[in-house]
Design a protein. Structure first.
Length: 308
């Protein structure tokens, strides 16, 4: 595996995507996420965190945009000089699909890392055309991990141990895409992470069930991982044409304040289409509303590291 990340501009796909973003940013009014911020260097590199930020993207509700958020935030960060690993912890393997990372049943995957103690370095693959982006894939075998982990020693900390031993790439971010449940896979993600990012869709019942997730976060913080914190909430599937979307956004902001990103992620057909081409929306259609929103969201996350 490549030890030293390449300049983002060395990939034609990334270079094309970045040129679209630069064109937009130089012609548009700065957003709240951009105001007062400058790039880390002339290549548009954002400031690197002082240590690896491990972020679990979790919500036990399905269809709220966990995988879409994980993949596109990771891709946007990598396009601006950050070295990012996406750990696909969902047996459906959707993050692996979106990042064009092979995840057939016979491919070494996260299941073998958790259950068989396979080194993380043996499964991590560089994402095609994305020099700074890596993926630890999931196969359907991961569906059985919930049962098999029960009898293992230190079952809640298997992922944390594997990530701590991984040193093939000097990473800036590790983004863990959690399954839509609160089982042992999600617990492993929360024990391994220092930050929790929760995507919340701007629809009716948006906050339903969120209390249980937050209680689990508090329990894990109290007993297994004292450094864990809820760092980020992302509002997804926002439809500015409806009053409901704005009401949900206001309700979430009133509950969680500055934890909620200023950027909201709109409903976008391009976000749904991109995975079928083995791409994030950042390279599939960098000029789309979804790509621009995720770029702004990633920028907010990157610059939060400088003040946290």
């Amino acid at each position: 595996m490549t030890q030293t990340p390449l300049n983002p501009g060395e990939s034609p796909l990334v270079r094309e995507a970045l040129s679209s973003v630069v064109s937009r940013e130089t012609s548009a009014t700065p957003t709240a996420a951009q105001s007062g911020e400058t790039s880390g260097d002339g290549n548009g590199t954002w400031p690197r965190p002082s240590k690896t930020r491990v972020i679990a993207v979790a919500n036990q509700k399905g269809g709220v945009g966990k995988t879409t958020t994980s993949v596109n935030i990771a891709a946007a960060l990598s396009m601006h000089g950050q070295r990012v690993l996406v750990v696909d912890l969902d047996p459906q393997g959707n993050a692996s699909t979106a990042l064009a990372t092979e995840h057939r049943g016979d491919v070494p995957d996260v299941y073998q890392v958790l259950v068989d103690d396979l080194p993380m370095a043996d499964i991590v693959k560089q994402v095609p055309d994305m020099p700074n982006l890596y993926c630890a894939p999931a196969t359907i075998d991961l569906a059985g991990a919930e049962i098999e982990l029960v009898s293992l020693v230190a079952r809640e900390a298997r992922l944390r141990r594997a990530l701590a031993a991984y040193d093939a790439v000097d990473l800036d971010y590790i983004v863990i895409d959690c399954p839509p449940s609160l089982g042992l896979l999600t617990v492993n993600a929360l024990v391994a992470a220092e930050e929790v990012m929760i995507p919340i869709q701007c629809e009716y019942y948006a906050l339903e069930g969120l209390g249980q997730l937050l209680r689990n976060v508090d329990l894990i913080k109290a007993h297994l991982n004292p450094t864990l914190r809820l760092s980020t909430i992302v509002l997804t599937m926002y439809d500015g044409r409806t009053r409901l979307a704005s009401q949900v956004a206001e309700e979430v902001r009133s509950h969680f304040g500055e934890t909620v990103l200023k950027t909201v992620i709109p409903r976008s057909v391009r976000l749904s289409e991109a995975p079928s081409y083995g791409q994030s929306v950042m390279t599939y259609d960098p000029g789309s509303s979804g790509a621009m929103a995720y770029m702004d969201a990633a920028r907010e996350i990157a610059y939060r590291a400088t003040v946290s």
